[in-house]
Design a protein around this ligand. Structure first.
Ligand code: SF4
Length: 666
């Protein structure tokens, strides 16, 4: 049989935005590989998406609307029609609104797809019309985004391809080996050309040949390291006063805050050596051009937003900008700004805001009004939100009406009262605006839709009409929404049209940004604001975690099997705890032992991997695992508190403290 190739792009929550070639034989996917449309893809894709057809044709695939027929959470459902599903959802939501008000309904969504139509389009029109509670999307990137917005107006950062021009690259709180794999070839090129590479991370994911210096920082202390570097520069007259005077404001507060952090004191808190701290400060000051890759690992704690702000201040204090291969990269999503007015069809939605990282708390505690209707899409909160025990307890509530739109039977879908089948990105049209790769791409369907699955914009339009609403938002087609999405994108050097996107599949910036050369901060005065008012008086004050009886810091970074929790149905069959050999020895534990990881809010049973790449005092359970991957049905999130950080109100997963012992029973 001849195979047909369809070109599309990957909308997963990943910075790389690969362009894809999907081979089909008789309408079925036979292979997924890289295409050449996006040069950033460089001819390869990750093994996760290469195997995505396994999800499309999985036995766990949800192909039809269904209603729950068994106990909540048991995953027993019976097929119904879309008409019955829509009538049930609308009838129940109307009843909740009448009796308790619209705010008793909560939409819950995140980055299952980063397509522009997937969220905050018709869905927002639907929930705005209901007067539902609004959702603060804080589980990732909230703190870093707030810091970048307040200080630089979310100025576009250095492009991947420009890393090869750097003489120094500092990778801080990121692991490009698993979640930004297309940066790796440029790191290799830079290294081959003589660049130094420094990694700051509790885990060393690199070999000796790949990097020059690794700082195994203790989780939650990045702020202190950054402040100690600033103090070191000030003491050694290394600050770039000309740049600070010309391009920044508010430096006084930052310098005052850094005065409290000597190298010796910072070494004590960060559990680094004074020599390591001085070394990184000196290397950064003495190399040009120098690039800072700021990741999202450093924000997942109570000091996360403050740390992001102090770290983003570093290149400004040294003036490390203005030439290719300098500056910083955080999220590049703002190179094309999304004009929400084009997408948000019903303006004026002004109801209460619920922080998604507190879902378990919100569902299990009194609130006014209590959440009685929950609509989950693009998200699997049981696998991804902190305080997993409370999330599960909340979803078990008999008086909670839960709708889940999903591709496969996830840990959250099992709790649905009404389950709605969602298309995968291989069955739908979309537009993806990259947040790492500087590209906007058109996604074309590679195959027919499976079963009765619908894309989000179509599903919410159907539900809006079933409500009896005649608004324009609920009468438009996917094509209309594609036009809206294309119109909403305003590039820093060009705009987007759907016609050209469909024809060329991709639109890239005419030139990559060079910060302070062809792009200035997008703040009103085009200066870096080093003391934004919204950070408050304690902007750079380090907050210690209360002393804990549990001696080990638990972190839950991304692994190479899942994108957040996507593909957990088959790609991470067993979850392991990784631990430093000295910590294992102290507990008389050995590789392969079944262990109990516990604290006062939860307990996870898994097998142990002893790994010298993890610093002492820290243990690792990768994020996103499904409940079946552990031996007792709980994952890292059962141990993570649902506290939130001061800046950006972000989740604090890495504030989890635990103890580990051998488990006598699985
Ligand atoms: S998940 Fe990332 S690396 Fe994998 S195909 Fe998608 S964009 Fe590329």
């Amino acid at each position: 049989m001849d195979s047909i190739t369809q070109f599309t792009a990957c909308p997963m929550d990943c910075p790389d935005s690969c362009s894809l070639a999907v081979e089909t034989v008789e309408g079925k996917i036979s292979g997924i590989r890289a295409s050449n449309f996006n040069p950033d893809t460089q001819g390869f894709i990750c093994s996760k998406v290469a195997r995505f057809a396994k999800r499309v044709y999985s036995e766990a695939r949800i192909l039809h609307p269904m209603k729950r027929v068994g106990e909540k959470g048991k995953g027993k459902f019976e097929r119904i029609s879309w008409e019955e599903a829509a009538d049930t959802v609308c009838g129940k939501f109307k009843q909740i609104k009448e009796t308790s008000g619209g705010e008793a309904i909560l939409p819950f969504y995140y980055g299952g797809s980063n397509g522009l139509l997937a969220q905050e389009t018709v869905d927002h029109a639907f929930f705005a019309r209901l007067g539902a509670s609004r959702l603060a999307r804080t589980v990732c990137a909230a703190a870093t985004t707030e810091a970048a917005r307040s200080m630089y107006g979310k100025m576009p950062g250095a492009a991947f391809e420009d890393y090869q021009h750097a003489k120094l690259i500092i990778i801080w709180g990121a692991n490009p080996k698993v979640s930004n794999i297309h940066l790796m070839p440029f790191l290799k090129k830079a290294k081959a050309a003589g660049a130094k590479i420094v990694v700051i991370d509790p885990v060393n994911n690199f070999s000796k040949d790949e990097i020059d210096l690794h700082l195994p920082i203790y989780p939650g202390t990045d702020l202190v390291l950054a402040l100690a570097m600033i103090r070191f520069w000030q003491e050694n007259n290394l600050l770039n006063h000309n740049f600070i005077r010309e391009h920044t404001k508010g430096v006084e507060n930052l310098l005052a805050a850094s005065a409290a952090h000597t190298v010796a004191q910072a070494a004590d808190i960060t559990k680094l050596t004074p020599q390591q701290i001085e070394q990184v400060a000196q290397i950064y000051a003495s190399h040009n051009p120098a690039l800072l890759r700021v990741g999202w690992g450093l924000e997942r704690n109570r000091n996360g937003g403050k740390a992001a702000a102090a770290i983003l201040a570093l290149p400004a204090l040294l003036g490390k900008f203005g030439v290719r291969g300098s500056g910083y990269t955080l999220s590049n999503g703002s190179a094309y700004k999304v004009d929400a007015r084009e997408l948000a069809v019903i303006p004026g939605w002004q109801t209460r805001v619920i922080n998604m990282s507190r879902l378990g708390h919100v569902l299990t505690n009194e609130s006014n009004p209590a959440v009685q209707g929950l609509f989950v899409y693009n998200c699997n909160p049981v696998a991804t939100m902190p305080n997993q025990t409370a999330v599960v307890k909340g979803l078990q509530r008999g008086d909670l009406f839960t709708v889940v739109s999903e591709q496969v039977m996830t840990d959250t879908a099992r709790f649905a009262d009404i389950l709605l089948p969602a298309t995968t990105f291989l069955e739908q049209e979309e537009i993806r605006n990259g947040y790492g790769s500087y590209s906007t791409q058109y996604l074309a369907p590679a195959i027919e839709r499976c079963g009765e699955a619908k894309p989000n914009e179509e599903m919410f339009a159907l539900l809006g009409r079933a409500m009896g609403w005649q608004d324009e938002a609920f009468c438009e087609t996917t094509e209309d929404y594609l036009h809206r999405a294309a119109r909403s994108l305003k590039g820093f050097d060009n705009d987007v049209s759907l016609g050209s996107l469909k024809k060329n599949r991709i639109q890239r910036l005419a030139q990559t940004p060079v910060q302070f050369e062809n792009v200035l901060p997008w703040t009103p005065d085009k200066k870096v604001n080093l003391a934004p008012k919204n950070f408050g008086e304690t902007a750079f004050e380090y907050e210690e975690l209360q002393s804990s009886p549990y001696p080990l810091a638990l972190i839950s970074p991304a692994g190479n099997k899942l994108t957040n929790s996507t593909l957990g149905e088959f790609n991470l069959p067993e979850l392991f705890l990784s631990m430093n050999p000295l910590d294992a020895e102290a507990r008389q534990l050995q590789q392969g032992d079944t262990v109990r990881v516990y604290n006062k809010i939860g307990e996870v049973k898994v097998r142990l991997l002893v790994n010298h790449r993890i610093r002492q005092g820290v243990v690792v359970l990768p994020k996103g695992a499904w409940r079946k991957a552990s031996l007792n049905g709980w994952t890292s999130n059962a141990l993570s508190p649902d506290t939130i950080g001061a800046i950006g109100q972000g989740a604090c997963f890495n504030d989890a403290r635990v103890e580990v012992c051998r488990s006598e029973s699985p």
